[in-house]
Design a protein around this ligand. Sequence first.
Ligand SMILES: *Cc1c(COP(=O)(O)O)cnc(C)c1O
Length: 365
Amino acid sequence: MKIKMLDLTREYKKYRKEYIAAVNSVFDDSAFILGHHVSDFEKDLSFFTGTKYALGVANGTDALLISLFANGIEKGDEVITTPFTFFATVETIFQAGAVPVFVDIDEETFNINPKKIEEKITKKTKCLLPVHLYGHPADMEDLTETANKHNLKIIEDCAQSLGARIEQKMTGSFGNCGTISFFPTKNLGCAGDGGAIITNDEEVYKRAKRLRIHGSEKKYIHEEIGFNSRLDGLQAAILRVKIKMLEEKNILRRKIAAHYSENLTNRIKKPAEKRGCFHIYHQYTILCDKRDNLMEYLKENGIDSTVYYPLAMHKQKALLKYGYSSQNYPIAEKCAKTALSLPIYPELSFEEVDYIVEKINEFYN
Ligand SMILES: *Cc1c(COP(=O)(O)O)cnc(C)c1O
């Protein structure tokens, strides 16, 4: 058996007709940039997430950058975030002129540890930027309490968590805004780059809306320096087809995750789901001994697996000059050495999952 980390063609083959029809409808009225496909999708997205506003942008990285600006984060401000994430989370904080301050993660959820935030807060702290990594919600109750106490903004990086929730409240709807990526491998992926910002705050929405189009509300009249960061009509039309299936697809991921967790050996640590949380398993990530050997063994047996992420942010070469490398984030570093993500996507069959389980259990026996 040969099992890829992700095979998007299975999904495409199933819904090919719907996608082609969506593409045709955009050509029919040539609404390529913004336009009604985008505004219709924005309505779908705000309905899905239970937020007042949704705003399509060019990608998930821009969604973060524009959110930082729209929330008034400025030069010299400190933004508290996790060292165990995709680089874009941290990169955009620098691009906004602010300074990332790292707080180690909780090994159970791979997310920022709210108990360790308080000690990192200074007069310059303006914002918390949690990431709902792998699709498991960060501890928003504790984070919100801390933010309220110290008058901080919260921007939620929901690139991996669209549809994940805590007691029915969607990730991205707790803080001042949430950022989403429609990169093709994400739970809701388009056919190229795409992203969005969701918010309940009218001011954030208005400012983000003008930032995405050169800081302009009225054509050729510019209120501030902005960006060119718009969602394409083509992507929006495809996303309108796919968002209808998202809940069902996330439930399929949960079923596959449950099947893994029931059958995998206890020699590895399985992903947890905290009480009240609805994990959407963007990744099914285990912690394991001899991780690199296991990966090699799976490869020999035709099974792909991936390390998200092999190097914590404070150790990245790009950040060397900022002096983070001497700081210690032991849990993030441990996870970088022992985390392994296994194939999980809605079209993966149970036979395939059984085969992966068999090979992993074999390796540890
Ligand atoms: C994918 C991802 C992003 C960036 O999204 P793009 O659409 O690729 O720009 C940001 N943060 C996290 C946690 C991600 O996984």
